[in-house]
Write a new protein. Structure first.
Length: 74
């Protein structure tokens, strides 16, 4: 689980820190494979914090997913 958390954190940081041309493109729906991977990552993070989740966990996950999808253009 820690590896999943680390991977999601790295990906979210990369997506937030590196602007791309996708920032200004029209958004499209993410492919089912991408959505499944995102859902799995979010689920892993929630499981990792299941005993003592921070109060802003859901908001942070929502922001991270939105930033990641924006970088993918969906």
């Amino acid at each position: 689980m820690k590896a999943s958390l680390a991977l999601l954190t790295v990906l979210a940081g990369f997506a937030a820190a590196n602007p791309t041309v996708n920032d200004k493109k029209e958004r499209r729906a993410c492919s089912p494979t991408v959505q499944t991977a995102i859902d799995a990552g979010v689920g892993a993070v929630k499981m990792a914090f299941s005993l003592a989740p921070p109060p802003n966990l859901q908001a942070a996950l929502d922001d991270g997913v939105a930033a990641f999808k924006a970088k993918l253009g969906c």
